[in-house]
Ligand binder design. Structure first.
Ligand SMILES: [Zn+2]
Length: 340
């Protein structure tokens, strides 16, 4: 039930329990007291929300102590917060889907919602959104896992800095679904078992799923943890990690070649650029040569990704192609210019 209390005041909304009968004796429940009353800020503006508690009127009934209240009212906001859940979701959406900055969101809250809030408030709302997202994750994971009969799980640890905590991500590989993400202080097999594998086993059991296999890098503690916690489950080393390891020597050699190539080329390129700058403004070759110099400089920014994208080879190929193009230009246009 909702009611408006005067036009100039904050609108007042009363929330009653959705179920109107006592669960035990089926007597209509009676209004008992106000469960909570709060001024909330929703996307539609501020509102005074009142959640009423109802009880079975028969003191002899076994259900007399049970408090009935509105489930809808409980979904309006997070406990101890005055912003509505719709505002929190909107803030999160702007931050993580539209990649808006904290200042852009702050401006939206002030301009469109007419609120007086500090920058700090925006950070709090973003933190609330992440908490909501995390709370909703188990239900989302379970709904998707219903599509499967067997699990193929990928386990990967990422440590941005040595000595820092390691972020472990556990994914279901058929669905490309993140099942767990945990920051772990240590990567011992006991920790991996307790924090990752045991919750995973419980989840598989709950969902009635069998194990098809586990994929990870060759980290010793992961191997021992999987063999102890999931005996008999096939455990394969990740092919991408293996190839990267196998291609390490080639990749290092390529990187060294790229370094030498760039070092020797950069100095000469600078000299060439200076010579181009000294050419007369009206020289028709000047813009063409400047373009070539730009293309060469861009080439020097090329990088590589292990194991197959070899940056040094790419720089070499690009420079060769540029040299061939320059030679063709010289032959066709009579351009006389020594590049290196
Ligand atoms: Zn009753």
């Amino acid at each position: 039930m909702q009611g408006l209390d005067g036009l100039n005041k904050v609108p007042r909304h009363s929330y009653l329990p959705e179920k109107s009968l006592c669960l035990i004796c089926r007597t209509p429940v009676k209004r008992s007291h106000i469960l909570w009353r709060k001024e909330l800020i929703l996307l539609t503006g501020p509102v005074e929300a009142i959640s009423w508690a109802y009880r079975c009127p028969d003191p002899a009934c076994a259900g007399a102590e049970k408090v009935h209240f509105s489930a809808e009212a409980e979904t309006l906001h997070l406990k101890h917060r005055r912003f509505g859940r719709d505002v929190v979701v909107h803030v999160g959406y702007r931050r993580f889907w539209y990649h808006q900055t904290m200042y852009e969101i702050h401006e939206w809250l002030i301009r469109d919602l007419g609120l007086t809030v500090s920058d700090r408030h925006v950070l709090n709302l973003i933190a609330d959104f992440l908490a909501l997202l995390r709370a909703a994750q188990p239900a989302k994971v379970r709904a998707q896992l219903k599509l499967l009969k067997q699990l193929i799980v990928g386990l990967d640890g990422m440590q941005p800095e040595k000595g820092n905590t390691c972020l472990y991500i556990v994914r279901e590989l058929q669905l490309d679904l993140t099942l767990l993400a945990e920051n772990l202080d240590d990567s011992s097999d006991a920790t991996l078992r307790a924090r990752l594998l045991q919750p995973l086993k419980a989840l598989a059991e709950e969902m009635g799923l069998s194990w098809h296999g586990v994929v990870s890098d060759a980290q010793e503690s992961i191997r021992t943890a999987v063999s102890k916690e999931l005996p008999g489950v096939p455990h394969q080393a990740c092919q991408s990690h293996c190839l990267r390891k196998a291609g390490d020597l080639t990749f290092q050699a390529d990187r060294n070649m790229k370094k030498r190539l760039k070092a020797s080329f950069r100095q000469r390129l600078r000299r060439v650029e200076q010579r181009i700058e000294r050419l007369p403004e009206a020289d028709p070759f000047r813009p063409v040569l400047a373009d070539y110099a730009d293309a060469m400089r861009t080439t020097l920014l090329e990088g590589g990704v292990a194991p197959f994208a070899l940056g040094g080879m790419r720089v070499f190929d690009d420079l060769t192609a540029l040299a061939a193009s320059l030679t063709r230009c010289q032959e066709k246009g009579g351009m006389c210019f020594c590049v290196v």
